[in-house]
Write a protein that binds this ligand. Sequence first.
Ligand code: RIB
Ligand code: CA
Length: 308
Amino acid sequence: MNRPHPVLIDCDPGIDDAIALLMAFAMPDALELTGITTVAGNGPLAVTARNARRIRDFAGRHEVPVFAGCPRPLVAAPVFGERIHGADGLGGVGLSGTSGGLAAGHGVDAILEQAATRSDLTVIAVGPLTNLAVALVKRPDLAGRIARTVIMGGGIAQGNVTPAAEFNVFFDPEAARAVLDSGLRPTLVPLDATQRAPLSASRIEELAACGEGVAPEAGAMLRVYHGNVGRDRPGVFIHDAMAVAVPVWPDLFEIRPARLSVCTDAGPERGRTIADFASAEPNADVVVDLDPAAFLDRLCGELRAFRR
Ligand code: RIB
Ligand code: CA
């Protein structure tokens, strides 16, 4: 049996962030969650930091520290994603309140400290990249200290906030550019991958009704998520859970090197992610193909099997 990967998740819960956290908590044999850092994105930092604690406490994992990170993007004014995730950021379903507090210290420093003490750390970033960018500015050698970084972000064919830009990159494009230019060489999970795996309304209802593990609560959040994105859609994209799946179930994903760049100009192209798969100087590895059915089956299985 391999030792579980030590993993730090940087997030902005957000409903799909919550599913990603529950999935990580559900697999202690695969992932040792060393910490959760939070960032403004789907909601203000106060909301995302509170929600990360709500999910941690709901999962019964009070020992996992949650840190508050950056409250706003590097340059632009914040444009929060509350329309999709609801005013409380978790769809207003009745998850228990928080019993545990925030860990002392800033999320950026938590990333630096954990990377300094865990040589095999994987960072999974599923919100705007502000925390990671500030950490890299503070300690440029961080790029060589993190064993692996997996990022949910970017849309190569198209965006989801504007025709050009995906939300995490759109919220802080300067941060995304800084991360890509840092030498970190992340694995990128773009919309081109996550939008290949919609969870259908019928499977959401199966989760909500099954009474097993944390599936009912996950199903309740996803039902609200589907209502907010539009019930005419084929289902909901659990973007952030796919970023957790990449290091855990590598057999499901095809990854190719590319040189990525981000448009930081003002105007309609702001936040666009451009990929050159022919570059001789790749700065990232991009998920270009996957087995959507197997991903969704395994994800739903972990949510149903989770014993808190
Ligand atoms: O575009 C999808 C991403 O934006 C996900 O991380 C979702 O949580 C939102 O933050
Ligand atoms: Ca997110």
